[in-house]
Ligand binder design. Structure first.
Ligand code: 4NP
Length: 160
């Protein structure tokens, strides 16, 4: 089983969308049973809430349901998950404060963007308009698809 965790600030916009899009991509590739996928936030503001209505609206237009309820990152997550993907520099800094040694395993999701190789962050759409949510959907879709390629290649290398 491969365990993947997506992390953002509030766990209501970017990371639950990454979770949902990655799950959908796994399903289409008949790989769902090999993965456990989750998401969380570094902050506690939205614990227990469904994703932001704008995130869910955009996802729904692409046929994606988002039942996830927000939760906060906990230190055990560092050990529980094989891949921990953060959205931006502040997520990274916040998790470094939780455990600076274990934070070395964190990966920026945007580093998998096949279009904009030099960008580090998935922008936070929360304070913007709906257009930003569509843009973030595109970015996260591309990045999560490349992430699966990366994980599959790594698995192949390990078994060779
Ligand atoms: P997310 O977006 O980190 O992508 O879920 C945000 C959600 C909530 C807040 C900020 C960003 N907030 O300040 O409540």
């Amino acid at each position: 089983m491969i365990k993947v965790l997506f992390v953002c600030l509030g766990n209501i916009c970017r990371s639950p969308l990454a979770e949902a899009l990655f799950l959908k991509h796994l399903e289409l590739n008949h790989l769902s049973s090999s993965f456990i996928v989750d998401s969380c936030g570094t902050a506690s503001y939205h614990i227990g809430e469904l994703a932001d209505a704008r995130t869910r609206k955009v996802a729904k237009e692409f046929g994606i349901e988002m039942p996830h309820r927000a939760r906060q990152f906990k230190e055990q997550d560092f050990d529980e998950f094989d891949y921990i993907l953060v959205m931006d520099e502040s997520n990274y800094e916040n998790l470094k404060k939780v455990n600076s040694v274990k934070a070395k395993k964190l990966i920026f999701l945007r580093s998998f963007d096949p279009n904009f190789k030099n960008l580090k962050e998935v922008p936070d759409p929360y304070y913007g308009d709906l257009k930003g949510f569509y843009e973030v959907h595109e970015i996260i879709k591309d990045c999560t698809h490349s992430l699966l390629d990366f994980i599959k290649n790594r698995k192949n290398e390990e078994s060779n």
